[in-house]
Design a protein around this ligand. Structure first.
Ligand SMILES: *Cc1c(COP(=O)(O)O)cnc(C)c1O
Length: 621
């Protein structure tokens, strides 16, 4: 049974086999076995798994879909793609990306100087590099250096000031005695149509980016005057990330297509390409009734190719090459965060903790009866009664009529009744049950930081698929609220009846329970914050050898405590000295104990911030 909506979001990358979620690749290892393997090597806490074969699949799909669509339409332009580095600049990702895309001349897009350095290093010469965002003289200078290395680089100008800078920089880089090589120039246009969804701000008239039509015309004249019209090769737009519907894209395509055709007719002979930016959406939803996008890649490609063809034909110009800069679509699915559940909030509520008294207050006695006699038929009624009794008993306690043992028994019994009722009613789908669930959600304390690993949930309430790694043959019945280990009350994914998440009732003192967070490969890593000084989790690249066995490589362990402090520019040498001195000079311990404590201290300092143990669980092996 698929209780976690894999048919909506997993795109065949993951499947449920038996009671486990498995990677639908090679020998189909379960994520649990991969996680256990990694943990056995001594890595505890949350683990980020990267799967390069999934990156490859996305790139293959993108190129194949566009190329077949172009063939079908007998389209004369070519298809090109670059990966926008801002989506994920982590070396283990970028290196995997370049490795799996080597057959495509796939390039990189950069929006800052540091990203440009990555692009200049990692893009194979000949594959495209595109440059967006605001640029100064130095950044444009770097683009000239890239061009002179032989890179196929295009600077997209966001304003006329940048064009003036390019003209200036050209004069200093292309003096008479030098080769006259310069980057290509693209014009980002400010669309009058705009995107939709929570990321819509990057398109539209009020957008931060792009040239108005008046500026496009002026820029064209400037290039002509400077004899640089040959460098104008591209018209660019980007309507925003995670485009939920295709309508706005079509409008933008018509707008950009007509600007391209107009400029060509005015004599921009080298203008050969339209860059449609990114925005291709990812399905993050676990619920078929709450999906995030209303189109497929095929429809997307059809619309792009068809509209460009029609416009070019109508205007009598060549069909442009098409560039995309989709990032989220390429990167999101490649990584999975796996984190152990440390505790269930109500886990201390066990029958064995009940305190037997000779005489119980009548209401507590009734709770005992409700608990012992509850059946499927009476579940709802008994649940109501139990919740009611609890209110009364708590009032009695406040007034001093009953003691702490009665109160403890009440809490245990009510929680046991709730769990039993949820279990008995699990196949019902009534609104009332949902309301109840909302009220009595179970809190799962999970060894990860929401701020570090799912910042878009914190900032934008972006949903991510969440599921346990095993027990998937059992219907989960506890409405779940997930708590991270930061000391911040925002570090919680509360139970949301719109996107309900149910998890299993488990005893983590006896058995391990891991949660996986999927589709975390786009934007989350570099946006992640070190709130409470929880840093990037330990990461592992998982590939497969010819026999289909998994190979772990490029393991980067989460930073140890001193490195974390070093990053904040603490003088860790000093910290080290002070700690050592405080132990050595302590007057309340003897020398032998001092040696022992120093040993322990250095062991702890060499480890990361995430929790290793919270209860006597196997975490401690
Ligand atoms: C952010 C950005 C992209 C990538 O958008 P996705 O939604 O991740 O595909 C592409 N191009 C530009 C100019 C961007 O700013």
């Amino acid at each position: 049974m698929d209780y976690f909506g894999l048919n909506v979001w997993a795109d065949e990358n993951f499947k449920i086999v038996g009671d486990k979620v498995v990677l639908n690749h090679a020998k189909k290892p379960s994520l649990l076995s991969i996680a256990q393997d990694v943990r056995q090597r001594g890595y505890k806490g949350p683990i980020l798994l990267r799967f390069p074969h999934i990156i490859k699949k996305q790139i293959d799909k993108l190129f194949k879909t566009f190329n077949t669509t172009m063939d079908r339409f007998e389209y004369k332009g070519k298809f090109h793609a670059v990966f926008p580095l801002k989506v994920n600049q982590y070396p283990n990702f970028v290196n995997s990306l370049m490795r799996v895309s080597s057959s495509y001349r796939y390039g990189l897009e950069a929006g800052s100087k540091a990203e440009l350095i990555i692009a200049m290093t990692k893009t194979p010469v000949g594959a495209p590099i595109t440059i967006n965002g605001f640029k100064d003289k130095e950044m444009i200078g770097l683009c000239f250096i890239a061009a002179k290395m032989g890179h196929n680089i295009t600077i997209t100008i966001e304003g006329l000031g940048e064009l003036e800078t390019i003209i200036d920089v050209n004069k200093s880089f292309n003096k008479e005695e030098h080769s006259t090589v310069m980057p290509n120039i693209g014009m980002r246009i400010r669309l009058h149509s705009s995107g939709i969804g929570i990321w819509a701000k990057s398109g539209g008239y009020s957008s931060k980016f792009g040239l108005t039509s008046t500026e496009v015309l002026k820029g064209f004249e400037m290039l002509k005057q400077e004899n640089l019209l040959d460098s104008l090769t591209m018209v660019h737009f980007h309507i925003g990330s995670q485009m939920n519907e295709i309508g706005p894209l079509k409008k933008a395509l018509r707008e950009a297509g007509n600007i391209y055709a107009d400029l060509k007719k005015r004599g921009a002979a080298s203008l050969v390409a339209i860059n449609i930016g990114g925005g291709l959406a990812v399905e993050y939803s676990q619920h078929s009734n709450m999906q995030d996008r209303n189109y497929s890649l095929k429809e997307f490609a059809n619309d792009v190719v068809y509209l460009m063809q029609v416009i070019a034909q109508n205007k009598g110009v060549d069909e442009p090459d098409i560039y995309t800069e989709s990032g989220r679509y390429i990167a999101a699915s490649h990584s999975v965060l796996i984190a152990p559940v440390l505790e269930l909030f109500t886990q201390e509520y066990h029958e064995s903790s009940l305190i037997k008294k000779e005489v119980n207050p009548p209401l507590v006695e009734e709770l005992f009866d409700l608990y012992n006699q509850i059946t499927r038929g009476t579940a709802r009624e008994y649940l109501h009664d139990a919740l009611d009794h609890m209110e009364s008993i708590l009032t009695l306690f406040d007034l001093g009529y009953i003691d702490l043992e009665d109160r403890s028994n009440t809490e245990i019994l009510v929680n046991l009744i709730i769990k039993k009722a949820m279990d008995l009613l699990r196949n019902e789908d009534t609104d009332e049950l949902k309301q109840l669930q909302n009220r009595i959600q179970e809190k799962y304390l999970v060894n990860f930081s929401l701020f570090q690993s799912l910042p878009d949930f914190w900032g934008l309430e972006q949903q991510f698929p969440i599921m346990p790694l095993d027990r998937l043959d059992t219907k989960p019945t506890l409405p779940a609220s997930i708590w991270d280990i930061t000391c911040d009350s925002d570090g919680e994914i509360g139970f949301d009846p719109t996107y309900p998440l149910y998890l299993h009732d488990i005893d983590v003192t006896k058995e391990e329970y891991f949660l996986a967070f999927f589709l975390t490969g786009a934007y989350q890593e570099v946006l992640g914050m070190k709130h409470n000084l929880f840093t990037h989790p330990t990461e592992v690249v998982v590939t497969f050898d010819e026999d289909g066995n998994e190979v772990f490589s490029d393991i980067i362990e989460a930073q140890n405590l001193l490195d974390v402090l070093d990053d904040l520019d603490y003088d860790t040498g000093k910290i080290d000295k002070v700690l050592k001195k405080r132990i050595e000079e302590s007057t309340i311990i003897n020398n032998e104990e001092k040696r022992e404590l120093l040993g322990k201290l250095y062991l702890y300092l060499s480890e990361n911030s995430y929790l290793k143990t919270i209860q006597a669980i196997k975490e401690n092996e």
